[in-house]
Design a protein around this ligand. Structure first.
Ligand code: 2P0
Length: 329
């Protein structure tokens, strides 16, 4: 009763920002992302009656009790589906460049959902697996699929219609996502706490909700038409609006650091010079820069030359869940 799965991280072009139900991980808005080829998590799950509790070995280290509590809560969903109470040993390795510091809950829970459900022979469809991964971390619902992926927020109170679907596969349109790692201190507010605080206290959150569905519609149009300019403009504007909501929260907070602004300003400057590039930023200081493949080397060099930039890793649309027969972790 064991299985191994690999899941890639994703970067949202239309952000998931806020929950309407935190127990079930139901979002207030739909979101859309690109699954990235370069960064992934591999996870092996073994179920055995010999185990007296769940355990997690993460990147070679035994996880702290706090992490085990989360994993157990998630595995309970999988065990309920399979009608078993057997405990599991989870071994997981994040394949992200060590300097990057963005180990991802998206790839982590997507890989765990896939490996655990396969180990228990659940034979879930892609959408069922996505809805399961969502209950570990919202953005994990999107990492089940490759390429361009939409997570439909759904309307049902039980979450049965809140899962991701593929908009375009990873071969269909090659855009470049430069992952820019900046010199920065640790972040003080997690994305989970940050989105909750924003929903509960920011007067700007209404403005977010008022425009996000239109952003999503325009983004899907851009993808359908392979219109890179529209994709970039909408993604950058959507990210800025998400971050603007945090400034209105009580107490206010900001994920950007000075290095983040250096990269944002450089991207705007490059655009003025005719080199088309756009930025998007998640709940942290690092920046992802979107460009077309023919410009990626030039833009990479310009960004890497900034003194506050530690590394630039070139990514492209990557695959969805893969099941592996051998463990190389
Ligand atoms: C996203 N983020 O769409 C957004 C944009 C961060 C900013 O999904 O509480 O780790 O586990 O559901 O998925 C990060 O939040 O939050 C995230 P939980 P998650 O990618």
């Amino acid at each position: 009763m064991e299985a191994i799965a690999r899941a890639h991280t994703n970067i949202a072009l239309i952000k998931y920002w806020g929950k309407r139900n935190s127990q079930l991980f139901l979002p207030t808005n739909s979101s859309l992302s690109i699954t990235l080829d370069h960064f992934y998590t591999e996870t092996k799950v073994q179920f055995s009656d010999q185990f007296e509790k769940d355990s997690l070995l993460l990147d070679g280290n035994q996880a702290a009790d706090k992490e085990i509590v989360k994993i157990t809560a998630f595995l309970n969903h999988v065990r309920n589906l399979a009608g078993t109470k057997t405990f599991a040993k989870v071994t997981s390795v994040n394949h992200v460049p060590t300097a990057a510091g963005f180990a991802s809950s998206a790839s982590g829970y997507a890989a765990l959902a896939a490996a655990a459900s396969k180990a228990l022979q659940l034979d879930l469809t892609g959408t069922e697996l996505s809805a399961l991964a969502r209950q570990g971390s919202g953005s994990a619902s999107r990492s089940i699929f490759g390429g361009f992926v939409e997570w439909q927020k759904g309307d049902n109170t039980d979450g049965t219609d809140s899962f991701a679907t593929q908009v375009l596969d990873e071969q269909a349109w090659n855009v470049s996502v430069l992952s820019v790692v900046v010199e920065a201190g640790p972040k003080s507010v997690s994305s989970r706490d940050g989105m909750q605080r924003t929903v509960e206290t920011s007067p700007f959150y209404e403005g977010w909700l008022a425009t996000v569905e239109e952003d999503l519609k325009l983004m899907k149009e851009a993808i359908n038409d392979r219109d890179f300019t529209q994709l970039g403009e909408i993604a950058e504007a959507n990210a800025l609006k998400m971050h603007a909501t945090t400034l209105g929260a009580k107490p206010p907070f900001l994920y950007w650091q000075s290095a983040t602004l250096d990269v944002m300003q450089k991207v705007m400057e490059l655009r003025q010079q005719g080199l088309e590039a756009y930025f998007t930023i998640d709940a942290g200081p690092n920046v992802k820069v979107l460009c077309e493949p023919e410009n990626e080397q030039m833009i990479k060099e310009k960004l890497a030359a900034l003194s506050s930039v530690r590394d630039v890793i070139v990514c492209h649309p990557g695959p969805g869940i893969q099941y592996l027969s051998d463990w190389n972790g």
